[in-house]
Design a binder for this molecule. Sequence first.
Ligand code: 13P
Ligand code: SF4
Length: 303
Amino acid sequence: MNLAEKISRLKKEKKAIILAHNYQRPEIQDIADYVGDSIELSRKAMFEKDAEILVLAAVDFMAESAAILNPEKKVLLPTLGARCPMAQMLTVDEIKRAKSHYPDAPVVLYVNTLATSKAFCDICCTSANAVEVINSLNADTVLFGPDRNLAEYVAEKTGKTLIPIPEWGFCPTHLLFQPEDITVLRQQYPDATVMSHPECSGEIRRVSDFVGSTSKMCYYAKECSAKTIVVATEEGILHRLHKENPEKRFVIAYEGAVCPNMKLTTLDRVYTALKEEKHVVKVPEKIAKKARTTLEKMFLVKS
Ligand code: 13P
Ligand code: SF4
């Protein structure tokens, strides 16, 4: 039996399912029960009834969200080191400091945050619904963290003032995309369409034809008429894009755009995680309760 088959057997034995992010390694996406963006993974975790174990082939904050939204289940993160560096960029102290300067401004946090921070915000958002979440608020000035690029993108779309907390939050992987690379690719593929993630800089967004979450990019790639699509997000998404659109050509805007944290999840580690039922992700109920409210509020916003 190969590893994938062993994992499949263990999944059945233990009533487990694997929820994988769009950036996961191809072999992980192929054994997953569901592959999606961060809001889709949260939704799946929240509504899962039958499974007893949820394996999050993803990074820390995604596993935390699953544990918060469905506390009855055992949530496993195969590698404890799979941490999103952006999620570490916003501390509770920073939120309190910002709030003391803008006491009337609601605090909106990107889901790429730790549960302890989420517990101190008014509502969460993902890159798939950030514009709708901000528009749903009865406020023109909003404290938003930790991604400065997403804050700028949403401010452009909504006309509201988004104050980034911290001032400098960013995703190290999306920072790697440079506008000159897009210029070269546009010359090389004049009929191509360019899609990017809102974690990219404004310079990249402005030369893109479509900006959206990882799954929204997948849906756009299916629907658009372009035969060649330039992709400015983490390279793991190419696997799903190729699988769903075998007739189209996908060109990554920068070949080194790898999130090392996402890539820490390997077949070996998923197998061990399932066999030994580790690493269990638990959020203390006092924090989970507050964070759950901010995530549930997000799900009520139509997007
Ligand atoms: P998505 O919600 O678009 O999948 O984004 C998550 C993420 O970490 C992007 O870097
Ligand atoms: Fe975090 Fe960036 Fe990796 Fe997404 S790509 S998980 S934001 S480091």
